[in-house]
Design a protein around this ligand. Structure first.
Ligand code: F6P
Length: 549
């Protein structure tokens, strides 16, 4: 039994039915599925807002989808979804509500946490952010010496970096090109060095983004940034004009020396990896302006509403989540590739890695018992067509099953020249060709028909049958980006709900943090660290020897 009295996932009749169905389907071929249903190409599609989602090239039949939906119903996905939207404390190990959906709720919405409507506070912070962002953009907010701010450096890590950094790249075409916006996350000093080396401190604003304001990487970089600034401007008072904080922790912000009047707050019911549409998005808002930021939030909200209200058969996040369960749990797929055919989405998959892997990289259920089924996949990928000339070989002809999402757009964005705009069709020709090749491959007979020598036929044969989802939109606007992210957020939610894990904690990152703190004196002072294992001890000794001081 589960904590809530339900039967454990792998003992439910719905799970057994899926396992049996998988066996019966065997190595079902996409070629056969398409031959048997001429309407499959348009029938196996969904429309959500601006997103056209085609799942016809998935190894599923109507029966598979029906069985998967039954699994979702039996595992209480919809009940948990409603509890999340209502603000219940579904993050059980941290005893917190999970309300990133409130960050994009309209002004007149009412969402209560412990009897208090949180929506007015969300909009109050958004309004303050908008006011500040517009002051920076217009030149009204100046640095300590009265010079205009021309550079914005966001210092944060994980959810306090990946979201705004990804979205800044994604929406580059909508940014103020007179502003330089950079993101520093790594505690490797090279990151901050490279980010500021060509910047004028008098024109640079640092945004210190940290939910807890205790994260060692961020606080270390923020401290070094302050030194860099004060070395140039020579006056402690400069901090007030050059540093703002995004955090839930006013006390720590004040302790660091940032005036809390320059702090933009969010709340413990916003998970780090779900936070970029909170105050954590300030750097993005400065780059694209408050109106565009709000368009993005509206895109998120559109998909939130879809997820909350659409029937199961037409519910896109549910579908994507169920497909992941189908491959992870019934085909032993270990990974999931996300392959955007947009240069602007170069950081999209890296962002999804945290969203998905930090959420669903769990091996105990909500009651703390080991799970007896696979949970979150390894998420990976980079923009096409670059991947085509690197790792697609393995997807096409390797031994692993790698389900993939292909994301593309009908039009390029930005001020491209005629010639560069024309390249878009070539980009998208690759996009369509790849999913076609992955699905239908090339049979030995087709290879022979091309006159290929017999000894090369096996090498030139493409088995095909590699499942893909195609997500197509007209263009990559702020709203479309919001829609895409919300789609994946809720997909991750669906999977976590089915696997009966807490998708909103991240205890797995703690041990490394503690050990780093413990081992640091061994590196810096050569201190004897009690309990250090022999391997690490030897490595530290080698490190000190190589370092030479
Ligand atoms: O170490 C993991 C983590 O807690 C992430 O979940 C979070 O996004 C990141 O660290 C940064 O945390 P903070 O915003 O508190 O600095």
């Amino acid at each position: 039994m589960n904590a809530d009295g339900r039967t454990r996932l792998n003992q439910t009749p719905e799970w057994t039915a899926l396992a049996k169905h998988r066996e019966e389907l065997g190595e079902v071929q996409l070629r056969e599925l398409f031959a048997g249903d001429p309407g499959r190409g348009s029938g196996y599609t969904l429309r959500v807002g601006d997103l056209h989602i085609d799942y016809s090239k998935q190894l599923v039949t109507d029966e598979t989808l029906a069985l998967l939906r039954e699994l979702a119903a039996a595992t209480g996905v919809f009940g948990l979804r409603d509890a999340m939207f209502r603000g219940e404390r579904i993050n059980i190990t941290e005893d917190r509500a999970v309300l990133h959906t409130a960050l994009r709720a309209p002004r007149d919405a009412v969402i209560e946490v412990d009897g208090e409507n949180v929506v007015p506070a969300v909009h109050a912070v958004l309004d303050r952010m908008a006011d500040f962002a517009e002051r920076v953009r217009s030149g009204d907010w100046t640095g300590h010496t009265g010079r205009r701010i021309r550079n914005v450096v966001n210092i944060g890590i994980g959810g306090s970096d990946l979201g705004p950094a990804m979205a800044y790249e994604a929406l580059r075409a909508f940014t103020d090109r007179d502003l330089t916006v950079r993101f520093v996350s790594n505690v490797d000093g090279a990151d901050l060095h490279e980010a500021v080396r060509d910047l004028d401190p008098a024109e640079t604003l640092f945004i210190i983004a940290s939910k807890t304001f205790t994260t060692i990487e961020t606080i270390t970089n923020a401290t070094s940034a302050r030194t860099w600034l004060l070395d140039a401007l020579g006056d402690e008072a400069a901090v007030a004009k050059h540093f703002v904080a995004l955090s839930t922790n006013a006390e720590k912000v004040a302790g660091f020396g940032i005036d809390t009047a320059n702090m933009f707050e969010f709340w413990d019911w916003v998970g780090g990896r779900y936070s970029y549409d909170s105050a954590i998005g300030l750097s993005l808002m400065i780059a694209i302006g408050a109106d565009r930021f709000r368009e993005m939030l509206d895109g998120f909200h559109l998909v939130d509403e879809h997820f909350r209200t659409a029937p199961a058969e037409a519910n896109a996040p549910l579908l994507l989540g169920l497909l992941g369960v189908w491959y992870g749990n019934f085909h032993d797929a270990q990974s999931h590739a996300v392959l955007p055919y947009s240069h602007y989405l170069s950081k999209f998959t890296a962002y999804l890695q945290q969203l998905d892997m930090e959420s669903n990289g769990k091996s105990v259920d909500r009651a703390g018992r080991p799970v007896e089924w696979q949970t979150g996949p390894v998420v990976w990928g980079t923009p096409g067509t670059n991947g085509q000339h690197a790792y697609y070989q393995l997807i096409h002809q390797g031994t692993k099953l790698i389900p993939a999402d292909f994301i593309g757009f009908a039009r390029p964005v930005g001020e491209l020249s005629e010639e560069l705009r024309a390249q878009h069709d070539l980009l998208m020709a690759n996009f369509f060709a790849q999913t076609q090749a992955l699905a239908f491959g090339k049979t030995p007979d087709e290879v022979r028909a091309e006159g290929v020598a017999e000894e090369l036929v096996a090498h030139k044969t493409f088995r095909g049958n590699h499942p893909t989802t195609t997500i197509l939109a007209r263009e990559l606007t702020p709203s479309v980006l919001g829609q895409l992210i919300a789609l994946y957020e809720h997909k991750v939610f669906v999977q976590g709900a089915i696997w009966d894990i807490d998708s909103f904690d991240q205890w797995g990152v703690e041990l490394g943090k503690v050990l780093a703190k413990r081992v640091e004196p061994a590196l810096t002072e050569g201190a004897e660290v009690p309990g250090l294992d022999a391997s690490t001890k030897a490595l530290v000794a080698t490190y000190r020897e190589l370092r030479g001081r």
